[in-house]
Design a protein around this ligand. Structure first.
Ligand code: SF4
Length: 154
C-alpha cells in the first residue's frame, strides 16, 4: 500500500485530536473529487513497516493525547490496500485499545466484499458512499455530501 499524506496531529478529520492517514488508490472517480492525485494506487509513498511503527508510536504518545486514528484517501478499502489496512487496524486495536478508528470509503457498507468486511470488524466508525457533487453540503460534519452515511459500529 502507498499513502499520500500522514498528519500525526489532526483536529479536522474526525472528532478530537487524531492521527490521520490518507492512502493512495481509489477507483470511484467521483465528480468533484477533492483528492484526484490519490487515485493511482502506485502514487505517493510506500506505507512500510517504519510508517506503521510511526503511527502506533504517535497513538501511544502521552505528550499529545490523541483520541484515535482516521483513515481516508484515496480509499482505504481499495483492493490494493485491504491487506495493509487490516494489518494496521489489528495492531491499533491490540496495542491501543482505547483509541477509536474512523474510516472513510466510497464503497457502501452493505456491498463490501469479505476481505473489506474483515477490516470493518476492527473499526469504530465507517463513513461510506461516494462523494456526490449534486448532494454536496459544506455544513455537513465529517462527510461531504448528504448521501454519505456515518455508521457508528461500536
Ligand atoms: S471516494 Fe473520495 S477519493 Fe475516491 S474519487 Fe470519491 S471523493 Fe475522490
Amino acid at each position: 500500500m502507498n499513502y499520500h499524506q500522514y498528519f500525526p496531529v489532526d483536529v479536522i478529520n474526525g472528532p478530537g485530536t487524531r492521527a490521520s492517514l490518507f492512502v493512495s488508490g481509489c477507483e470511484h472517480q467521483c465528480r468533484g473529487c477533492y483528492n484526484q492525485s490519490t487515485w493511482k494506487p502506485c502514487s505517493g509513498h510506500e506505507f512500510d513497516i517504519a510508517m506503521q511503527e510511526r503511527v502506533l508510536s504517535d497513538l501511544k504518545d502521552t505528550r499529545i493525547k490523541r483520541k484515535g486514528l482516521s483513515l481516508s484517501g484515496g480509499d482505504p478499502l481499495h483492493p490494493a490496500n485491504v491487506a495493509s489496512i487490516l494489518a494496521l487496524v489489528k495492531r491499533v486495536k491490540a496495542e491501543c485499545p482505547d483509541k477509536d478508528i474512523w474510516l472513510w470509503s466510497g464503497y457502501l457498507l452493505d456491498e463490501l466484499a469479505d476481505a473489506q468486511r474483515a477490516v470493518i470488524e476492527y473499526i469504530d466508525v465507517l463513513v461510506d458512499g461516494k462523494f456526490e457533487q449534486e448532494l454536496a453540503d459544506p455544513s455537513l460534519v465529517f462527510h461531504g455530501s448528504s448521501n454519505q452515511v456515518i455508521h457508528y459500529l461500536t
